[in-house]
Design a protein around this ligand. Structure first.
Ligand SMILES: *Cc1c(COP(=O)(O)O)cnc(C)c1O
Length: 449
C-alpha cells in the first residue's frame, strides 16, 4: 500500500514559534507552571484544544468575501439555513455565537426546577448550564470494556431510570462523539434504541452534535450495514432520531467561531428565538457576522467529505500508534484526541503531586508542546470537608485541530513523549499554590516539589 497523505495542499503558511529549552523553562516558571497561561507564541505545537483552532479552506475564505452583512435576513443567513437543514433535516434553524450559547438557551427553555437530565457524557458547559436551572445532570455510561462504540449509553440502565420516574426527566442528551469519554463514537443502533426509549416515556431527546461528522465516519467504517452509505446520509439518519441538536461550529463546522441550534419542535424554536434575540442578537445572525455564517455553511459541508474524514480519523489513530511505539499508554483512540495515561508515564509521582499536570509541564519544556490536563486538577473531586479525593484517572489530552498539523508534527510530538517517558524519573511532581473556586485549571498556580 502507498503512504497516506493529506487530501489537500497548502496555499497559505504560518510559521510556528520555535523556542529553546532554556526559554521554555523560564516561560513556564513565569506562568506558575500552568501551561494554559502560556502565550500562544511560546508554544511550538499546540494540542490544547481542537475547538476553533481549525484551518479554513480556500472555499471558506472565498465565501466569506461574498458575505452579506445586512442586519436581518441577509443572504448569508439563508445560505447557512439551507445547508444546516440539508445536513440535519431539522426545519427550524438558529445560528449562535458558539455551542454553549445554544446550550444555555435550550436548557433554560426546556427544563424546569427539580427535574433531572441524562446523558452518555455531559460536556462541562452542558452540565453547568443544566445545574443553573436547578436540574441534576447525570451520566449513564456503558460498561463495555472495549467495543467499537464506547461512547454508547447503557440502554438497560436508562430504561430503568425512566421507568422509575419519567415524569421528572427533562431531557436525554446524546453527546456525539462522546468528547469527555475519549472522543468515542456512538452507534446508530444505540441512538435508535435510546430514541425509542425516550418516545415511549415521552422524554425529549437532544443531540450535542459537535463532532457529528467524525461520528458518521466511525459508523460508516464500523457499524454493520453502513459501508455503502455516505457520511451525509449517515448524519441525516442520525439526526432523524432526535428532537433537535446543538452544534459548535468550532469543531466539525471547521470554523474558528460559531454555533448552531436546530430543532423540529416549533414551540421550542419560538421560545428559543425570544431568548436568542435578547442574548445573541436577531435570529438571522445570532451573534455572528455574515462571513461567519458563510464559513460555517461551507465548513459543515467539507466536514462530511469522505476523503477529509478518512484522513482525519486515520491520522488520529496513527498518532495513537506512534505514541504507543514511544512507550506511552493511551486510551482507545477516538475521533479528535488522544488521551495519554500519566500514572503509567510517570509512575514515581503520586496522585497528590498531579502526574498528568507534571506530564503537560514536562512535554512543554522538552518539546514546546502544549496539552490539556484531564486529571484531578480539571475534575477536582472533593469530599464534604473539601479534601481532595484524587478519584479521576490522570490523563493528558492531545487534541488535534482540523487541517492544521501534518503527520510530521505529530511524529515529533510522539518522539518528545518517548524522551520524557524514558527519562521519567527526572520529572518532578507539583502542588497547588493558589486556586480559584471553579474551572480552576485555567488560572491555577502550581509549584514543583
Ligand atoms: C465544544 C463543545 C461544546 C461547546 O461548544 P463551544 O462552541 O465551545 O461553546 C459543547 N459540547 C461539546 C461536546 C463540545 O465539544
Amino acid at each position: 500500500m502507498f503512504s497516506k497523505f493529506e487530501p489537500y495542499r497548502i496555499k497559505t503558511v504560518e510559521p510556528i514559534p520555535l523556542t529553546t529549552r532554556e526559554n521554555r523553562q523560564k516561560y513556564l516558571e513565569e506562568v506558575a507552571f500552568n501551561p494554559n497561561c502560556l502565550k500562544a507564541n511560546q508554544v511550538t505545537i499546540d494540542l490544547m484544544s481542537d475547538s476553533g483552532t481549525n484551518a479554513l479552506s480556500c472555499k471558506q475564505w472565498s465565501a466569506m468575501m461574498q458575505a452579506d452583512e445586512s442586519y436581518a435576513g441577509a443572504d448569508s443567513f439563508y445560505t447557512f439555513e439551507t445547508t444546516v437543514k440539508k445536513i440535519t433535516g431539522f426545519p427550524f434553524i438558529v445560528p449562535v455565537h458558539q455551542g454553549r450559547a445554544a446550550e444555555k438557551i435550550l436548557f433554560k427553555v426546556i427544563l424546569s426546577e427539580t427535574q433531572v437530565a441524562y446523558s452518555n457524557g455531559f460536556f462541562d458547559t452542558n452540565r453547568v448550564h443544566i445545574l443553573q436551572n436547578k436540574v441534576k445532570a447525570i451520566n449513564i455510561d456503558t460498561e463495555a470494556e472495549s467495543c467499537d462504540f464506547m461512547g454508547n449509553i447503557d440502554c438497560r440502565k436508562l430504561e430503568e431510570m425512566l421507568a422509575k420516574d419519567d415524569q421528572k426527566v427533562g431531557v436525554v442528551v446524546m453527546t456525539i462523539t462522546n468528547g469527555e469519554k475519549g472522543g468515542w463514537p456512538v452507534s446508530i443502533a444505540n441512538i435508535k434504541e435510546v430514541a425509542a426509549i425516550c418516545r415511549k416515556h415521552n422524554v425529549l431527546f437532544y443531540a450535542d452534535a459537535c463532532r457529528f461528522a467524525e461520528n458518521s465516519w466511525f459508523i460508516k467504517t464500523r457499524e454493520n450495514g453502513f459501508r455503502d452509505k455516505t457520511p451525509s446520509q449517515i448524519a441525516l439518519e442520525m439526526f432523524n432520531e432526535f428532537d433537535g441538536c446543538i452544534i459548535s461550529a468550532k469543531k466539525d463546522g471547521i470554523c474558528n467561531i460559531g454555533g448552531v441550534f436546530a430543532t423540529r419542535q416549533r414551540d421550542v424554536f419560538e421560545k428559543f428565538s425570544q431568548e436568542c434575540i435578547l442574548a445573541e442578537g436577531h435570529i438571522t445572525y445570532g451573534g455572528l457576522a455574515g462571513r461567519d455564517l458563510e464559513a460555517i455553511a461551507v465548513g459543515l459541508t467539507e466536514a462530511l467529505d469522505e476523503h477529509y474524514l478518512q484522513h482525519r480519523i486515520e491520522m488520529v489513530q496513527e498518532f495513537g500508534r506512534m505514541l504507543e511505539l514511544n512507550g506511552a499508554t493511551i486510551l482507545e483512540p477516538g475521533g479528535h484526541a488522544i488521551f495519554v495515561d500519566a500514572d503509567k508515564a510517570l509512575p514515581h509521582i503520586p496522585r497528590n503531586q498531579h502526574p498528568a499536570w507534571a506530564l503537560t509541564c514536562a512535554i512543554y519544556v522538552e518539546g514546546g508542546i502544549r496539552a490539556f490536563e484531564y486529571g484531578n486538577i480539571k475534575f477536582g473531586y472533593k469530599d464534604e470537608n473539601g479534601k481532595e479525593l484524587y478519584r479521576h484517572p490522570e490523563f493528558v489530552r492531545l487534541a488535534i485541530s482540523r487541517r492544521v498539523y501534518t503527520m510530521s508534527h505529530l511524529k515529533y510530538v510522539a518522539e518528545v513523549f518517548g524522551k520524557v517517558i524514558q527519562n521519567a524519573s527526572k520529572v518532578r511532581g507539583l502542588t497547588i499554590v493558589r486556586s480559584p473556586s471553579f474551572l480552576r485549571l485555567f488560572t491555577i498556580e502550581m509549584k514543583e516539589v
